[in-house]
Write a protein that binds this ligand. Structure first.
Ligand SMILES: Nc1ncnc2c1ncn2[C@@H]1O[C@H](COP(=O)(O)OP(=O)(O)OP(=O)(O)O)[C@@H](O)[C@H]1O
Length: 324
């Protein structure tokens, strides 16, 4: 197999704030052309890591390398990175063209080349013809696309995105994800993405870093993290999961991995609610004082009523040696 090139390496990196918060012992390799997402609840340290990569904060320990070169002593503008924040930070008094041209002008790129690059980039983000408008005349999604285009024009080796879609409504968010994925694969750039939205992380990433309280819980592909969560935190944070007590341990099983049959059996439960969600049905059942969620098909749910006795068969699951 072809050896993959390491684009970014975090080496025992730490960023500690004066109050003791922050992150430490951060080790990660990101390969060229990957989208890697830092995912975790608010305050777990995602933005801290991204800001240290972008140079907006100094590390307190360890090293950050891009293409094998340490970048920790470089100011943000000298780093091979570009960062897009949650708020788009477009200059309101400048047209879209001027916003896009600004960084290139600073780099003394000739005007003809600037015009050609901007034209190409606007096509890429589906915003051709918007050159003369002002940011205030654009929707949130359009402004965010311009903000991403502005970063891409600087041809960063690494694009850093800090919850860039969180201000957008659900539908545009989804559209933006698809567009980002397309731009990323067209240009072959490496992207580090930060979000607290597990669905967004699953949809976008080649690999996900699930964080909890300043540490990495698991690093893996969306499939690996969904199928084999390494910790109870990962199991509860990603997707729907049931936690069933079994002595001192916990069985984590997804609603789609429980087979439900009518009648008696070794693992009996009582139907509590039946919710039709179109192509599948969500069933909640009560077993002792635990409520378990299962996905079943219409054929079975049509035969079930609340209060019916069912038997559960647990399929694929993970056992954790402590209580959830
Ligand atoms: N400038 C700062 N000074 C002191 N503590 C900080 C500072 N910035 C962040 N923290 C603390 O460091 C921890 C990590 O913060 P960080 O912003 O990296 O989390 P996050 O995962 O990005 O959260 P969110 O999703 O809410 O942005 C938090 O406990 C936060 O309170």
């Amino acid at each position: 197999m072809e050896e993959r090139k390491v684009k970014l390496e975090l080496k025992d990196m730490a960023k500690k704030y004066d109050n003791g918060d922050g992150v430490e012992h951060i080790n990660l390799k990101v390969y060229e052309g990957e989208i890697v997402t830092f995912l975790g609840p608010s305050g777990c340290g995602k933005s801290t890591i991204l800001r240290t990569i972008g140079g907006f904060m100094d590390v307190t320990d360890g090293d950050i390398l891009v293409d094998g070169q340490s970048i920790v002593n470089l100011p943000p503008e000298k780093r091979p990175t570009a960062m897009v924040f949650q708020s788009y930070n477009l200059w309101p008094h400048m047209t879209i063209y001027e916003n896009l041209a600004f960084g290139l002008k600073l780099r003394k790129v000739p005007k003809k080349e600037i015009d050609a690059e901007i034209k190409k980039m606007l096509e890429l983000v589906s915003m051709s013809g918007f050159e003369k408008k002002y940011p205030g005349q654009l929707s949130g999604g359009q402004q965010q696309r311009i903000a991403i285009a502005r970063s891409l024009l600087l041809k960063p080796s690494l694009l850093l995105l800090d919850e860039p879609f969180s201000a957008l409504d659900a539908k545009i968010r989804q559209q933006m994800r698809e567009e980002l994925k397309k731009i990323q694969s067209d240009l072959g750039i490496t992207v580090i993405f930060v979000t607290h939205d597990q669905e967004e992380a699953m949809a976008l990433s080649h690999r996900i870093v699930v964080m909890n309280k300043g540490k990495f819980d698991q690093v893996g592909t969306p499939g690996e993290i969904y199928d084999s969560p390494a910790t109870l935190h990962v199991a509860s944070f990603i997707g729907e999961m049931n936690f069933i007590r079994n002595g001192g341990s916990t069985i984590a099983v997804r609603p789609e991995d429980i087979v439900v049959n009518k009648g008696h059996g070794p693992m009996e439960a009582v139907v509590r609610t039946i919710m039709m969600l179109g192509h599948y049905v969500v069933l909640t059942v009560q077993r002792g004082n635990e409520i378990i969620k299962c996905y079943v098909d219409r054929e079975l749910s049509d035969q079930l009523r609340e209060g019916d006795l069912v038997n559960l068969t647990i399929g694929k699951h993970t056992v954790f040696s402590r209580a959830a």
